[in-house]
Design a protein around this ligand. Structure first.
Ligand SMILES: O=C[C@H](O)COP(=O)(O)O
Length: 261
């Protein structure tokens, strides 16, 4: 089945709320609307930017989606510094990245916590983008496929088939993030195919076939075309290149089927 590619720009901890609005406007200026019929483009800014991003996207009917980089497992209450899924849903978010390797590494997030965050998203109609990926030593030992599949199963534990259907997976080999080393298209396909096989086990072929599996790690306009030609790669979770409006517009256009004129 044809899956609409998703290009999600994870800004990480970059851009204040004024810079955020300017970036969305520049991408909208560079990327003619017709491309959005063939690719879904989402912005994943820091929490403080989401309101501004919402206003410019909704106000100008830009056709982009947006979301958050993390979420609390708690609903509300005395959890200083936390942001709930309900708050993000109220702001019109579609997506929430959960289990990014930077959160797993710097905030000691476990598969169990990631699964709880994914469940919190679903409770409020948000689609989690569940991130998985191996470190360099695991790849060098040749254990990357088994590692990623186990991490995936742990990070989706407890989700029912309906929830899985509206979950996005992002395969991000840690050694390729922010390093300029993109996994080869064949490397990405190998793991994304194993992810889809695991999703088939969990949710059945019909649902697994409609779920999007993204690749992330130094994606840019030169690499996105070949990555998306792979049968199990359905888009990109894009870090550094999402902060450059012309580059992000170009790679989104390529994901839609052709470069900008
Ligand atoms: O979430 C995005 C990924 O961590 C990839 O970041 P990158 O494109 O800067 O390598």
């Amino acid at each position: 089945m044809a899956r609409t590619p998703l290009i999600a720009g994870n800004w990480k901890m970059n851009l204040n709320h004024l810079e955020a609005i300017a970036l969305v406007q520049k991408v909208a200026f560079a990327l003619p609307e017709k491309y959005l019929e063939k690719v879904e483009v989402a912005f994943i800014p820091p929490y403080t930017d989401i309101r501004g991003v919402q206003i410019v996207i909704e106000g100008d009917k830009l056709g982009f989606a947006y979301g958050a980089q993390d979420v609390s497992v708690h609903e509300s209450g005395a959890y200083t510094g936390e942001i709930s899924a309900g708050m993000l849903a109220k702001l019109g978010c579609t997506y929430v990245v959960v289990g990014h390797s930077e959160r797993r590494e710097y905030h000691s997030e476990t598969d169990e916590l990631v699964a709880a965050k994914a469940a919190a998203c679903h409770k409020h109609g948000l689609s989690p983008i569940v991130c998985v990926g191996e470190k360099l030593e695991t790849r060098e030992a040749g254990d990357h496929v088994g590692f990623v599949v186990e991490q995936l199963k742990g990070s989706l534990a407890g989700l029912d088939k309906g929830q899985l259907a509206s979950t996005v997976i992002a395969y991000e080999p840690v050694w390729a993030i922010g390093t300029g080393k993109t996994a080869s298209a064949a490397d990405a396909q190998e793991v994304c195919a194993a992810i889809r096989a695991a999703l088939t086990e969990l949710a059945g072929p019909e649902i697994a076939d409609q779920m999007r599996v993204l690749y992330g790690g130094s994606v840019n306009s030169s690499t996105v075309g070949e990555l998306l030609e792979q049968p199990d790669v359905d888009g990109g979770l894009v870090g550094g290149s999402s902060l450059k409006p012309d580059e992000f517009a170009q790679l989104s256009a390529i994901a839609a089927g052709g470069p900008l004129p």
